[in-house]
Design a protein around this ligand. Structure first.
Ligand SMILES: [Mn+2]
Length: 338
């Protein structure tokens, strides 16, 4: 269902939806519309600095005049992601009185509805604990241990201490491995830095064979070398992307509750998503830990998150069109010789 009155100008004249996309509410809607990608808002907000629960709705109403409705040619690869059929699937609620376990069950329920239509769910907003609900739904559909979780983050998120909770937004990956949703070797991390993990956690991560790409490796070997390592490790796998906005450098993405200097640049993030979208079958993605209450007046962090999602969609469309090189560039945009 398309709630817009005009083909363009929805930002000020219509109902805000993700990328200005039409809305869908059920598995049957997604099947009837042959929807490729369902953007689903997540409103869990249990970060130490409150505000992540407002992220999804803010992403529908960015201070941004560009590219509504969904579609436009990606200027790196010359591919229009608007050829994908995209829908806004509404929000997953957050019950702030309930334990997180109940909230990740609700994420699971809604993500499973999307997966049942063979549509790619892309979570927008919320906190990182929601990844667990994605992983249980993916394990249910594809089988445990059959997919990779590509985890972009400043932090390792296999925290050993539960604080009395079944799962929280620093422990969910440890719980996922312990419960057998993913193998340790199926977890690929990018952007780790700051003061953690401690030695006990580092030892545990080694034993699980987690593939962690620290900023130390990027600084020492260079981004291009590490990107190629990541793509090699991902080759041929189904991929679930779990993207914490604090994986980005705070200069590019200041509006996160747990920022750490010296992260990925906007260019590196956009390139990684484009490349993985081209090379791999994407089965789900989520972009989380955006706190709009900490964003600047021009919603710089929200706009970057929006463009990261569009870059992934361009990669997914490029793959459909037969582009196979993850580091492909459109020749028309590399050289002005006529
Ligand atoms: Mn995280």
């Amino acid at each position: 269902m398309n709630p817009q009155r005009y083909k363009f100008g929805e930002l000020l004249a219509g109902f805000p939806t993700f990328l200005g996309a039409p809305m869908a509410f059920t598995t049957e809607d997604l099947k009837a519309g042959k929807v490729d990608v369902a953007l689903v808002g997540i409103s869990i907000g249990d970060q130490p600095v409150p505000g992540g629960n407002f992220g999804a709705n803010k992403m529908r109403a960015l201070t941004d005049w560009l590219a509504f409705p969904a579609g436009g040619t990606n200027n790196m690869i010359g591919v229009d992601y608007g050829k994908l059929t995209i829908a806004d699937y509404g929000n997953v609620g957050w019950n702030f009185f309930a334990q997180n376990q109940r909230n990740v069950e609700e994420v699971h329920r809604v993500v499973a509805e999307i997966l049942a239509a063979d549509t790619i769910p892309i979570g927008v907003g919320g906190t990182h604990v929601q990844t667990y609900g994605f992983q249980t739904a993916l394990a249910q559909k594809y089988g445990p241990g059959t997919f990779v979780t590509l985890h972009i983050d400043a932090h390792y998120d296999t925290y050993m201490y539960g604080f009395g909770r079944f799962v929280h937004n620093g422990s969910f990956l440890k719980v996922a491995i312990e419960k057998g949703l993913i193998n340790g070797s199926d977890l690929i991390q990018v952007g780790l830095r700051g003061e953690y993990p401690d030695n006990a956690s580092l030892q545990w991560m080694r034993e699980q064979k987690i593939k962690s790409h620290y900023m130390a490796a990027i600084e020492k070997k260079g981004w291009n070398a590490v990107l190629k390592e990541i793509l090699k490790e991902l080759k041929g796998r189904k991929v679930h992307i779990s993207w914490d906005m604090d994986g980005m450098d705070p200069a590019a993405a200041p509006a996160v509750g747990t920022q750490d200097p010296d992260g990925l640049s906007a260019a590196q993030g956009l390139q990684l998503l484009r490349a993985v979208g081209i090379q791999n079958e994407i089965i789900a993605a989520e972009f989380n830990e955006y706190n709009p209450l900490l964003d600047d007046a021009h919603t710089t962090t929200g706009i970057l998150m929006d463009r990261l999602i569009r870059s992934l969609l361009a990669g997914v469309q490029a793959r459909k069109e037969g582009i196979t090189d993850p580091l492909y560039y459109d020749p028309e945009r590399l050289d002005h010789v006529q």
